[in-house]
Design a binder for this molecule. Structure first.
Ligand SMILES: NC(=O)c1ccc[n+]([C@@H]2O[C@H](COP(=O)([O-])OP(=O)(O)OC[C@H]3O[C@@H](n4cnc5c(N)ncnc54)[C@H](OP(=O)(O)O)[C@@H]3O)[C@@H](O)[C@H]2O)c1
Length: 296
């Protein structure tokens, strides 16, 4: 039996846990901040239910074969108390988060050679603890190599596709390029439908082009079509349609993953001598908006 702990069983963690819990070869433990019992996940393939062990006290946790960290990027430090208990001499730790700094954010908490960064493309939303809707089929990408291939094998009996990719760096920068424009609706609170304009499109395109340029300097292949496709999605999005998790978090009064999604473009741009005025401007404005926002 392979033991798997999921720290942060929210939209992503709860969905992955529900899929993994269907495999009798796996034993699943949820490490939660808010207590709940039972997962109920509506997926494109039907409803999954599962009742894995739910822990809320890190003192009850023991070393696992695998740990999946599925918190938001600003909750990295809060995972330390869990990781201290869950990580034994052979534990692999998969970081299932957005952004491009998975390994860097956890390097002080887990030996780097046991961290598996995961790019996940799986739209999911939580209506209450343990109650989640997975809107479309999901897929994940991890770096090629032993750890990546073992992670892929973990999901072999689920319908969440996972691949080990020799060019993982391109996967994460392509995802970020497609995502980083969501800072616009997070700032304006209304950026789809009739308010879309040539001027707004130019701002959005500037954000994405800066991201792609920094990604290419980091060694990623980011085709221009990634930018065109993302702009097209925004241009055609009906008013009131979901404008991304940063927008949703701001509306809900939560912290936002601004640093992991846009601050990082500015920081890495500086390192490479690449100007990123659009991202810098919007990060500063959103930071000054009085919304809860932290820099990690
Ligand atoms: N949702 C999506 O569609 C989607 C798609 C692709 C990538 N992502 C990325 O995936 C990551 C997770 O996002 P999400 O949407 O799943 O977020 P989420 O629904 O907010 O879930 C985060 C979970 O972490 C928990 N948590 C926070 N601190 C904790 C702690 N100290 N101990 C245990 N649990 C803790 C939260 O607990 P509470 O229950 O108390 O809030 C919550 O259950 C983010 O980086 C996001 O950008 C999300």
């Amino acid at each position: 039996m392979t033991s798997v702990a999921i720290i942060g069983p929210g939209a992503i963690g709860g969905t992955l846990a529900a899929w993994l819990a269907q495999d009798p070869a796996l034993s699943i433990t949820l490490c939660a901040r808010t207590p709940f019992s039972g997962l109920h996940v509506e997926t494109p393939d039907g409803t999954l239910t599962a009742s894995p062990l739910v822990l809320t006290d890190p003192a009850d946790a023991v070393a696992m074969d695998w740990v999946l960290v599925c918190t938001k990027t600003y909750d990295v430090e809060a995972t330390k108390v869990w990781l201290d208990r869950l990580v034994g001499p052979h534990t692999r730790v998969a970081i299932v988060q957005n952004g491009v700094e998975h390994v860097k954010l956890f390097a002080h908490l887990v030996p780097a050679e046991r961290i598996v960064p995961v790019m996940i493309n799986l739209p999911a939303a939580r209506s209450a603890p343990g109650r989640i809707v997975q809107h479309r089929d999901g897929f994940m990408s991890v770096p090629a190599g032993r750890n990546g291939e073992d992670f892929v094998a973990l999901f072999a009996n689920t319908k969440v596709a996972a691949t080990a990719d020799a060019d993982f760096v391109s996967q994460i920068w392509i995802k970020l390029t497609g995502n980083c424009g969501t800072i616009v609706p997070a700032l304006t609170l209304r950026a789809t439908g009739p308010v879309w304009s040539e001027e707004l499109e130019a701002i959005m395109r500037g954000l994405l082009e800066e991201c792609a340029t920094v990604g290419r300097a980091e060694g990623a292949q980011v085709p221009a079509s990634v930018i065109d496709d993302a702009i097209e999605r925004f241009r055609n999005a009906p008013e009131g349609s979901s404008a991304g998790s940063i927008h949703a978090d701001r509306l809900a009064g939560h912290q936002m993953e601004i640093d992991a999604r846009n601050g990082v473009i500015v920081r890495l741009g500086k390192q490479h001598g690449i100007p990123t005025p659009m991202n810098a401007l919007l990060v500063t404005l959103l930071g000054a908006s009085g919304s809860p926002w932290v820099t990690a």
